[in-house]
Design a protein around this ligand. Structure first.
Ligand code: ACK
Length: 992
């Protein structure tokens, strides 16, 4: 066997070892492993290189060339490839895979055997067919093997495949040949791969870069300019550099998505309907700003809804706006030389800040409609048009003339609206001080608070113009029968007055004017009120006097009244005390000093003052024979055991439904005492709004407290289960009941300490009753007692700051809790301060934050809440006042129509308006209501200023992606507060 034949064996193993290599940045010009038919390469001479084609397991040919004339001298065997088309290559790479036999391993070949071969090439523009002239070829390199194999390797079936790559170039003709010269080696050329390198097509920074062939000179790069992808435009020219190895280097510049398109996965996609993108850039499409829309895809701008406009200079990100409503509360001050007109800004600024005013003057004759525009003689300071402040001074007017001033508000989009501009007019008569027509400012409505035989109490709203320096008010009145022939007048600094010395059952006419530093206003319209006759209900009259006087005349009067009260009741007490038993004395000792019992009202006795608590139970609670009780089912779990419902039989009476609180077995004496303590407290009360104690079972097991059954269970869960089911009047009715129960408790000198909706029970008639008397302790006589709470944590969210900080519990702290209950009721059982931590609640209260009005909450109720949350406890309303306030609301349901969200109905508060902290950013605001997760949604939808947020409706809130009803509620009610704040600030003269 010749060595050449032996070599054939080797090839069988090569198939298994051989795997062609390929790379993404290579363009292959020739790969012998992929040629299916004959290769057709030429060999010279014929007995030199031998072409062997094997088949692999997939029946594909493996083309191999071998030569092994190692024993014969002067070998010169050529193998020439076919013509290879150069394509775009400037430099080509030739990758050879071969095996080479170690000459030392072949005996007798020392002079003739070689271990290298030579690689040549020849460039031509076309194929030469069979012609081959070695002299035309240029040598690329001598190829030696890194690894040669021996006979032994063969025996061990070890094959040592070499891979060598050589660069050829620059090449410039259309094609070229490769040639392999053997000079006496034993070689098997297993594969030849010819390729050139390119930088492949790529997308970078929204630009596409084509396939690029690198330079031959490996040190210089090809600069390639990218083309922006569809719907993108160049920012800085996008460039990449193609390196010699086919790698893209140094990206520069970029493209950005055009208007109406946003980048998604390296391409520019059209904005969806409802979104827009007004600028080219790497930003996302934004939701259309409020009051605008986009229907189709790829919107570059959102169109304004009907009635809303965008001023020329408004950015597309801004909400569409509308013209403002007319100015409010126009008022004038007249003296001999000048007339000052002043007004409040419109309730609706249309969502803009560029508010101005125009004043149009008409001079009118005595008949209506006889008006003509004022002449030039009238001077307006600073000017009649384009006023930025809500005031103007008019000079050089004629005496004894009637002028009508029409004041209109304008903003940047007023010109765009086709509707006539609304204005507010005021008529000024220069000879008598003028008169205010409907719609113009008047010093509030003159309202009768109460009347008695000889007096009438009146009150009115103060003008809400901060710049008005009210000196005092003058009230003119006369008997209606006597016309205006003779009248009396009185002055007051407060917005209320009690006019005394009147005749019983007589109708009086009242009107009012304001004196400011600039002079007198016009008189208000006339109001007629009557004094009562002798048979009127004195008691209610006195009650009203107490309330009104307290509200109107303030603390001083109250002090006098209380002093008198002390004197009277003090004397009575001296008399009563001298007749009291020692038991009675104990009761008096534990009266709550600051909440004096009213005559005829029992006082509360703290069961803890009994040496034997069992005695207190027996004194205040009836012992029930357990056979009279039928337990029906368990309805809940109390602190000491199960709460059941059942029936109670009372001899001679109908069976009644009862709730039975049980003391679970295994209790210690202290638990039994604490459990029965509630009964000892409850048993002292007798009021329709306090849960009624039927009795106790103490002489047998289980120990039980039996109370009246309340079909609807506790108020908080009841409201949560009936969200939105009740009318405002029904809710106010519930609140009135609770206030009435609390009035009773505070009259008795009892401080609840844990007033919360969860501790109010509701019966089938929606009557609310205060329950849960577990936390209560008498505070007054024992200073230590104020600092201890047995077994209870303070319910932070419901508790007044002074009670949290230094355990100062009082009826005033109960009033604070009552405000929180009001909030719970009006929000249908929402958790006060939502998920804020207790610590945050304490801090925010300290900083002045107060719960905003729940959605749909009448202004009057939120104001009462705010009143309950006065920091200064003496300023909080008393329960007696709250009951009568709520009664008034119920009697006059129209007073509940003004909701907090209705801006124009901004109330004058019954007390001082609490200053909220002013948030400066959307983020701060959302943080404060624990809704920061929606920050991006607000901003993405274009609500990036508090002003714009203040305009949002519930629909807007839903549209920006707030899906949870609770969150919608919280955000909307906070928006209402925000509006109030902004308005409040605006009226104080701040601009946010
Ligand atoms: O919310 P509820 O149904 O009302 O669940 C609690 C439970 O017992 C544990 O306190 C209910 N409950 C307490 N007292 C009464 C009562 N007098 N009438 C009806 N249910 C009551 C309360």
């Amino acid at each position: 066997m010749t060595s050449g034949k032996k070599y054939c064996l080797v090839l069988l193993f090569l198939r298994i070892l051989f795997t062609p290599s390929s790379h993404g940045n290579q363009v292959v010009l020739l790969d012998t492993t992929t040629v299916l038919g004959e290769l057709g390469w030429k060999t010279y001479p014929i007995n030199g290189w031998d072409a062997i084609t094997e088949m692999d397991e997939h029946n594909r040919p493996i083309h191999t060339f071998q030569v092994c004339n190692v024993m014969e001298p002067n070998q010169n065997n050529w193998l020439r490839s076919n013509w290879i088309f150069r394509q775009a290559a400037q430099k080509v790479y030739v990758e050879l895979r071969f095996t080479l036999r170690d000459c030392n391993s072949i005996p007798w070949v020392s002079g003739t055997c070689k271990e290298t071969f030579n690689l040549f090439y020849h460039e031509t523009d076309e194929s030469h067919g069979g012609a081959f002239k070695p002299a035309q070829y240029t040598k690329i390199d001598t190829i030696a093997a890194d690894e040669s194999f021996t006979q032994m390797d063969l025996g061990d079936r070890i094959l040592k495949l070499n891979t060598e790559v050589r660069e050829v170039g620059p090449v410039s003709r259309k094609g070229f040949y490769l040639a392999f010269q053997d000079i006496g080696a034993c070689i098997a050329l297993v594969s030849v791969r010819v390729y050139y390198k390119k930088c492949p097509f790529t997308l970078r920074n929204l630009a596409s870069f084509p396939d690029t062939v690198p330079r031959v000179d490996s040190s210089s790069l090809v600069e390639v300019r990218g083309a922006c992808v569809d719907h993108a435009e160049e920012r800085d020219t996008p460039k990449l550099y193609c390196g010699a190895d086919g790698d893209w280097l140094v990206p520069l510049g970029k493209c950005v998505c055009s208007m109406g398109y946003e980048e998604i996965d390296g391409a520019c996609a059209a904005c969806k309907p409802g979104f827009y993108k007004a600028f080219a850039g790497n930003i996302k499409c934004s939701k259309c700003p409020p009051h605008s829309y986009s229907y189709g895809e790829g919107a570059i701008l959102c169109h304004c809804e009907k009635g809303f406009y965008r001023a020329e200079k408004d950015p597309p990100t801004m909400a569409c706006t509308r013209p403002p409503s007319p100015p409010r509360n126009v008022l004038f001050h007249l003296n001999d030389t000048c007339l000052l007109l002043e007004w409040s800004p419109p309730s609706d600024t249309g969502g803009r800040r560029d508010l101005t005013y125009n004043v149009l003057c008409k001079r009118c004759g005595p008949q209506p409609g006889q008006c003509q525009l004022c002449g030039e003689e009238l001077r307006f300071v600073p000017r009649p048009q384009g006023l930025t402040n809500s005031t103007v001074t008019v000079m050089d007017f004629s005496a004894r003339a009637n002028y009508t001033f029409e004041i209109e508000s304008l903003n940047g989009v007023s010109e765009m609206s086709h509707f006539p501009r609304p204005f507010t007019a005021i008529t000024v008569s220069t000879d008598q001080g003028g008169s205010a027509p409907a719609g113009a400012f008047m010093v509030g409505m003159l309202k009768k608070d109460w009347a008695s035989q000889n007096s009438i109490a009146l009150s009115w709203l103060e003008p809400d113009l901060p710049s008005l320096n009210v000196v005092d008010y003058e009230i003119k009145y006369y008997e209606k029968e006597h016309e205006e022939l003779s009248y009396s007048s009185t002055r007051t600094k407060a917005p209320s007055v009690i006019i005394t010395g009147l005749k019983p059952s007589t109708c009086y006419v009242f009107s009012l004017r304001t004196r400011t530093s600039a002079g007198h206003s016009a008189y208000s319209p006339k109001y007629e009120y009557e004094t009562t006759d002798d048979t009127s209900d004195m008691a209610s009259d006195q009650g009203q006097v107490l309330v009104i006087v307290t509200a109107a005349v303030g603390g001083f009067t109250l002090l006098i009244i209380l002093t008198l009260f002390f004197l009277i009741t003090g004397r009575c007490q001296w008399y009563i005390k001298s007749k009291m038993s020692s038991e009675d004395k104990r009761r008096t000792n534990y009266q709550n000093g600051h909440a004096l019992p009213y005559p005829g009202v029992k006082t509360y006795v703290d069961p803890d003052t009994y040496e034997d608590p069992a005695q207190a139970v027996h004194e205040f609670a009836k012992e029930i024979d357990p056979t009279r009780i039928r337990i029906e089912r368990v309805i809940g779990a109390g602190e000491f055991g199960e709460v059941c419902s059942g029936r109670l039989r009372t001899p001679g009476k109908r069976e009644t439904a009862v709730a039975i609180k049980t003391l679970k077995g295994g209790y210690v004496e202290r638990q039994r005492r604490d459990f029965l303590r509630e009964a000892s407290i409850m048993g002292q009360f007798d009021h329709p709004n306090i849960i009624r104690l039927e009795g106790v079972v103490t002489k047998s097991r289980p120990v039980m407290i039996v109370v009246e059954y309340m079909e609807n269970g506790s108020l908080d869960s009841f409201l949560r289960n009936h969200d939105g089911h009740f009318t405002v009047i029904q809710l106010v009715g519930m609140l009135r009941g609770i206030a009435s129960g609390m009035k009773y408790l505070s009259d008795m000198g009892y401080v609840h300490r844990d007033l919360a909706a969860r501790n109010i029970l509701v019966n089938s008639n929606l009557v609310c009753k205060v329950s849960d008397f577990g936390l209560s302790r008498v505070l007054e006589d024992d200073p230590e007692a104020a600092y201890t709470t047995t077994g209870g944590k303070i319910p932070i969210r419901w508790t007044a700051p002074e009670a949290i900080s230094y355990r100062k519990f009082s009826s005033a702290s109960d009033a604070w809790s009552y405000g929180i209950v009001m909030w719970e009721v009006m929000s249908y059982g929402e958790r006060p301060y939502w998920e804020m931590s207790n610590q945050d609640v304490i801090l925010s209260i300290e900083e002045g934050y107060r719960l905003p009005a729940p959605m749909g909450c009448p202004v009057a109720l939120h104001q009462l809440m705010l009143h309950c949350w006065q920091k200064e406890r003496s300023q909080r309303p008393k329960f007696i006042d709250m009951v009568s306030f709520l009664d008034k609301l119920i009697r006059n349901p129209s007073s509940l129509l003004a909701l907090v969200e209705d801006m124009q109905c901004l109330p004058d508060s019954p007390g001082e308006v609490v200053d909220y902290p002013m948030f400066i950013s959307i983020g701060d605001w959302l943080d404060s209501i624990k809704m920061s997760q929606y920050k991006n949604s607000f901003v993405a939808a274009g609500f990036s200023t508090l002003d714009s947020v203040a305009q949002m409706t519930i629909e807007d809130v839903r549209r920006i992606g707030v899906v949870l009803i609770g969150h919608q509620r919280r955000i909307v009610s906070s928006i209402q507060t925000l509006r109030l704040q902004l308005l409040h600030e605006q009226e104080k003269g701040f601009h946010v």
